[in-house]
Ligand binder design. Structure first.
Ligand code: ADP
Length: 463
């Protein structure tokens, strides 16, 4: 079962805080209690010693008398705190005994302490033990004191109240930390899950064909901003693909309709006897059919080139040499249009398929010739850089409108101006060139100014 991100984060946070707080609280509680018990036990021992030190001076050596009033007050005060004292003189005669003095009160206090400790500290198994302390004046023994108290230690009501308060504080800290963590988890999860859910909705819409939609995550998280950028980029490129696809369909129809309509019109006229089947009329039909056939073979070539693994017969190829061969092939055309075409650059060796690379340069030069006005100049330049070889084909022709530049490498894409000029191409030459360059691991790009000319740059990796 898949759980929501929000739930998972909140549960995770609560779990972490629960474990941390529990461990801290338990350890703190245990350590503080231990420390407190030790402190109380030490206090009780030192109080007993203090009592011995306080009672020793109550013997008056000159009269041989004890200050019974003081001893009585002290003894009763100690009794209320849980100390049962018994004072002897040096001969062992009992001077003051708490139990003798108020048997009932003593038993009741002892019983109270026993019950309280057994109830709250049953594991302690404590009992009233008696310690004996010598009473001395200037080094001479004047008596001794028996002090009984609940050992190893006992807590009075205040001590228990202190420990309870401590536990309560730890509990409150724990509970508020857990609540805080859950709230933080929920908040954080919302910050993450809301844009993710939005991205899911938007990609769903995109998959249903709404390419115009855009995603604005509007969050400070870098990964989410990148996600939103990626989604928008995907939508934009799908939108462009869709536009191109639509245009392609109508372009192919257009490319086929014109020559077929021409052939049909000619044949109809001949069948109806309007025209003689003269050789020049048949030649015109033949040429139109040739155009259709060229278009189909271009399409075939493209689909073959775009097949997943374009098989390249790679060898060392000199781009400059290929450029010269292309120029030679175009000589009649160049002469006809009175164009000059220069090839400049040292030899530029790249690993590649010579036939395919020749096709790239051929297509670029063919366009340069097609879209140049009479008397224009075409320059083919090659040069080497550290990692790549670069070939450029530059003309002074009609140029390409800025908005068409990103699209000219798409199949069947032709600018309206080139379409009007009936230049004959089907809008596939650059697509083929691009497919070949990409298969070689290279890049192809175009720059152009309308009316001033265009420059195509092919970058190919060196070995
Ligand atoms: P086409 O067969 O129509 O020339 P391409 O794929 O070779 O097809 O080119 C696509 C479109 O790009 C052309 O129709 C034309 O509008 C434009 N184009 C290509 N090269 C040039 C150029 N050198 N000068 C002006 N426009 C060009």
């Amino acid at each position: 079962m898949k759980r929501r991100l929000g739930t998972q984060l909140s549960v995770g946070f609560v779990l972490i805080v629960f474990i941390t707080v529990s461990v801290i609280s338990l350890t703190a509680n245990l350590l503080i209690q231990r420390q407190f018990e030790k402190y109380v036990a030490d206090q009780q021992k030192s109080f007993s010693e203090e009592m011995a030190a306080a009672l020793a001076p109550q013997y008056d050596g000159s009269t041989g008398q004890w200050n019974l009033d003081y001893i009585h007050g002290y003894g009763m005060y100690a009794l209320k705190d849980g100390y049962i004292i018994k004072l002897y003189d040096a001969e062992g005669t009992v001077i003051w005994d708490a139990q003798n003095h108020d048997m009932t009160l003593c038993s009741q206090i002892m019983q109270d302490i026993r019950v309280r400790m057994q109830e709250k500290r049953p594991e302690l198994e404590g009992e009233f033990l008696t310690c004996r302390y010598d009473l001395r004046q200037k080094g001479d023994a004047v008596g001794y004191l028996d002090v009984s108290y609940y050992s190893p230690y006992y807590f009075n009501e205040n001590d228990f109240r202190f420990l309870d308060a401590l536990n309560r504080i730890l509990m409150i800290v724990g509970i508020s930390s857990i609540a805080g963590a859950a709230a933080a988890g929920i908040l954080l999860a919302r910050r993450l899950s809301v844009p993710i859910a939005k991205a899911t909705d938007i990609t769903r819409e995109i998959s249903e064909g709404n390419y115009a939609i855009r995603f604005d995550a509007n969050v400070g998280t870098q990964e989410l901003a990148e996600l939103s950028e990626a989604v928008n980029h995907m939508a934009a490129s799908l939108e462009m693909q869709e536009t191109i696809r639509r245009r392609q369909t109508s372009d192919v129809a257009h490319e086929l309709r014109t020559p077929i309509a021409n052939v049909s019109a000619h044949l109809e006229a001949i069948i109806e006897g309007v025209w003689e089947p003269a050789p020049e009329r048949l030649l015109s039909c033949y040429e139109e059919l040739g155009r259709i056939s060229n278009l189909i073979s271009d399409l075939e070539k493209l689909s073959q080139l775009e097949a997943e693994n374009m098989a390249l017969q790679k060898e060392d190829v000199d781009l400059t040499e290929l450029a010269r061969a292309v120029r030679t092939a175009f000589e009649p055309e160049l002469e006809r249009k009175r164009l000059t075409c220069t090839v400049s650059g040292e030899s530029c060796i790249v690993p590649g398929d010579p036939k395919r690379l020749l096709q790239v340069i051929f297509n670029l030069v063919s366009n340069a010739v097609k879209y140049s006005a009479e008397g224009g100049q075409i320059q083919i330049c090659t040069r080497e850089e550290a990692q790549v070889s670069i070939l450029t084909v530059e003309d002074q022709g009609i140029g390409i409108p800025q908005e068409d530049l990103p699209l000219i490498f798409e199949r069947f894409y032709r600018t309206d101006r080139s379409r009007n000029r009936k230049t004959g191409g089907a809008g596939i030459g650059l697509t083929i060139a691009k497919a070949i360059v990409l298969a070689h691991g290279g890049k192809i790009s175009a720059e152009s100014k309308e009316g001033r000319g265009s420059r195509f740059t092919v970058t190919l990796p060196k070995r």
